[in-house]
Design a binder for this molecule. Structure first.
Ligand code: ADP
Length: 320
């Protein structure tokens, strides 16, 4: 495998979103299929920006699984790491933002194919080819995919990849909030790069103040880069040598789904191109401006995958 790869590991699923906004799941007159899953979104974000990406994960050998595999392929993501489970079905989520502002979730995961990925099934050559190995936490929740997740991280690290982690907190999937916090933090210091949202920052630290003091609670000496994304307020960065923040772009936001994945994809592309950005503040600020622009563009269209930008679109926003 080509050594310039970004390999993204974890879940890919279909979100079913009501055709009208502001209703409960029970009231929805119908649903639209929105393919997603944070690690898959990141792989597609990378590919759309022109870099090589692979996705590792397990799908059901059913209509939905093949639809998702086709979406990866159509978007130029290598399918060498995709497996199909012969028994279980593809993961599905029904998601709505109700009129009262609360999100309501229902999952098809009993168990879904992604949860059944075993360590023995991993494509180790593909993992060893990664320059950057990216993962979320959903695959930490149950066995056997938890063991597969931990093994994949270990193999990637041993072969010299930078490890990139986005906890992608989806609390309803975890047995309890305490368990989620414990498991997420248990793999914290294995990563080189970590990106959290403001919501995750509060959840993991217990502090609702978004400032350096709170962010430093998530700092570990072996981390290379910690990022906190703040939606329309941009992003904050912390390294051993410097820290600061970069403003967001003003855009017409219609749906923020996938903004964080787009941001991460952009960042990882730039790190693969030039790893010295991790030690050079002015270069890093340029890269975060680019990543913020990617995130902003992703909020201007409905859904995650259809809204991920090309490099030309990002440069058009940056250059006004
Ligand atoms: P997540 O999806 O992980 O919660 P955010 O929503 O913070 O992540 O989005 C990631 C990045 O995308 C932000 O740091 C910001 O640069 C950009 N972004 C997100 N929402 C908006 C918005 N409403 N307007 C402009 N930029 C945005």
């Amino acid at each position: 495998y080509d050594k310039s790869l970004i390999v993204s590991f974890g879940e890919m699923l279909i979100d079913f979103v009501p055709t009208v906004s502001g209703v409960s799941l029970a009231e929805a007159p119908g649903f639209l299929k929105a393919p997603g899953g944070a690690p898959a979104n990141v792989a597609i974000a990378v590919s759309r920006l022109g870099s090589k990406a692979s996705f590792i994960g397990k799908l059901g050998d059913d209509e939905f699984g093949h639809m998702l595999a086709d979406i990866l392929k159509q978007n130029g993501v290598s399918g060498d790491g995709i497996l199909f489970d012969q028994g279980a079905r593809t993961a599905l989520a029904f998601v709505t933002l109700r009129a009262d502002g609360e999100r309501e979730f229902m999952f098809y995961r009993n168990p879904s194919a992604d949860m059944l990925l075993t360590p023995e099934e991993l494509n180790l050559d593909l993992i060893r080819s990664a320059k950057v190995f990216h993962y979320g936490s959903i695959s930490l929740i149950v066995e056997p995919c938890r063991s597969a997740h931990l093994k994949a991280m270990e193999v990637a690290k041993e072969s010299g990849a930078l490890l990139s982690y986005d906890p992608n907190l989806r609390l309803p999937l975890w047995p309890s909030a305490d368990e989620a916090r414990k498991q997420i933090l248990s793999i914290w210091d294995k990563a080189d790069i970590i990106k959290v949202s403001d919501v995750e920052l509060e959840f993991l630290t217990g502090s609702n103040k978004i400032d350096d003091e709170t962010a430093m609670k998530l700092w570990r000496p072996n981390l290379t880069l910690l990022l906190i994304t703040l939606g329309e307020k941009g992003s904050m960065y912390y390294t051993k040598y410097f820290h600061g923040s970069v403003d967001a772009f003003h855009v017409n936001t219609v749906d923020t789904t996938g903004a964080g994945d787009s941001f991460v994809g952009a960042l990882l592309c730039k790190i693969v191109e030039d790893p010295t950005i991790l030690e050079n503040e002015s270069k890093l600020r340029e890269v975060l401006k680019f990543a913020n622009a990617c995130g902003a563009i992703t909020t201007t269209k409905k859904g995650a995958i259809p809204a991920l930008p090309t490099e030309a679109e990002v440069l058009a926003l940056i250059n006004g």
